[in-house]
Design a protein around this ligand. Sequence first.
Ligand code: APR
Length: 248
Amino acid sequence: MSDVERLSQMIQAARRIVVFTGAGISTESGIPDFRSPGGIWSRMQPIYFQEFLSDVEKRREAWERAFSGRAGWTGRSPNAGHFAVARLVGAGKASSVITQNVDNLHQDSGVPAEKVIELHGNASYAACLACGLRHELAELKVRFEAGGELPSCQQCGGVVKTATISFGQPMPEGPMARAQEETLACDLFLVLGSSLVVYPAASFPPMAKHRGARLAIVNREPTEQDAIADLVVHGEIGPVMSAAVPAN
Ligand code: APR
């Protein structure tokens, strides 16, 4: 039996799947991942949360990256991997999608927003760090490009940042709690496209396994957690998931 057939059987046998995604599911949409050769961290350094807060030039660089589309990629289209995940959710096989991605592509592929748990936030809008007011990027971009104005809150004057979670920024409590709840309730935890090196996000696969769920990983390269997986498929997510979860 092929790995894809094994994966398909595991999916069919599962009662409640949690899908856990990383940047690898979005590379086939034209968004580079972080740690493959040529990935984002080979081209630029992360801007840590403290730097964003305390260093105006770093904050300007962060906004230039966001507005230029060099980071926090948005505006791309979902690919076959996203649509296969959406089929699992639509069929009631997957109860949620826990994602490290900020590109909104699970929502764009038809997964209801309430079933997408974003551990690292979302780059398609901004929010005030003090009062939480949502700000649309288009308006902020016009002022930034016209006069170099760094976004500040229309309501309270606080610092505004894209709604992503940067290194050093506290993880979002609500999504972390929901992710744990979902992880502990599933009988199949399916990882798609993550190197599984960034914590606490990478703590969920072993948590599921420890709780007795089966763990399957689909990833081009070996990951840090292949050794504990029940099934590892080294391949491209789009083709693998299209075969494992065929559109009827
Ligand atoms: N099919 C299968 N696997 C793929 C594909 C693909 N089309 N494209 C890339 N991959 C694999 C790569 O081999 C790599 O192991 O996806 C993995 C992506 O790993 P990372 O680039 O480390 O991305 P991710 O695991 O999501 O990073 C986690 O790190 O920098 C932070 O906040 C950022 O959310 C991100 C977190």
